[in-house]
Write a protein that binds this ligand. Structure first.
Ligand SMILES: O=C([O-])CC(=O)C(=O)O
Ligand SMILES: [Mg+2]
Length: 235
């Protein structure tokens, strides 16, 4: 076993350079849709980039793309320095990020709420994706901040759950997420695009969006599904 090789593979990698700014990249992804991005990743043989289907937006209209700021935690009854630790995490969130929570499968606590929304939004955060819970839901909704979660609960995480760390590799369902990856969520759920291929995937997703306009026009023009396929269309 080559431990050094494994460490290099799993460790936090230097961020792969992008040919456009992160902001433009994420804004342009948000003009596409997750199904298009999914089709591009499928062509590359990446079939498992989607977070578990139960992680959905608080509102159907919510859409977010951002740079993954990863957080990991688990059920834990200890309280010592929990608030200070959480404050440190929130203060490290950078502009353009989306906070992504690996909760080790938690099913009872809220890892996100009203005040965390306010604090992270002030730091330029674009949204939060939680494989866990959200509370203060009405107050989060008022802030027009996209949040994707598995459930809603009044259970604050203090004394029930705590962070193990942040900006580390995480795993949600079968998906590995590294800090700096591109995460994109809409009404169909959340997909993770490895950073090194993000620009290329964006261009292809934009192409799919354009191409599907022509396919939809064929259907509107009265072509049968068989005729659509013969003309290069698909569903
Ligand atoms: O500790 C929590 O559960 C989060 C919370 O209520 C908030 O951010 O307002
Ligand atoms: Mg609160």
């Amino acid at each position: 076993m080559d431990l050094e090789q494994l460490k290099a593979e799993r460790g936090t990698k230097a961020l792969a350079p992008l040919p456009i700014t992160e902001r433009e990249l994420c804004d342009r992804f948000e003009q596409t849709f997750t199904a298009a991005v999914n089709d591009v990743l499928r062509e590359r043989g990446l079939l498992y980039q989607v977070l578990p289907a139960g992680i959905l937006p608080l509102k159907d209209e919510m859409k977010v793309c951002g740079i993954a700021f990863t957080v990991k935690g688990s059920k834990n009854l200890t309280l010592e320095s929990e608030m200070e630790q959480r404050a440190r995490m929130l203060e490290e969130i950078g502009p353009g990020s989306v906070v992504v929570w690996d909760t080790s499968g938690d099913d009872e606590s809220a890892q996100w709420g009203e005040v965390m929304t306010m604090a992270s939004q002030r730091r330029g955060c674009r949204g939060a994706i939680v494989d866990g819970g959200v509370r203060d839901t009405n107050k989060v909704l008022e802030q027009d901040f996209p949040v994707f979660c598995k459930y809603r609960t009044s259970n604050g995480m203090l004394g029930r759950f705590r962070m193990i760390g942040w900006q580390m590799p995480i795993q949600i369902g079968g998906v590995f997420i590294y800090p700096g990856d591109v995460v994109f969520g809409d009404i169909d759920g959340v997909i993770v695009v490895p950073r090194a291929m993000a620009y290329e995937v964006l261009l292809k997703a934009e192409h799919i969006k354009e191409n599907e306009k022509a396919i939809k026009q064929m259907v509107l023009d009265g072509l049968t599904p068989t005729e659509v396929i013969k003309k290069g269309g698909y569903f």
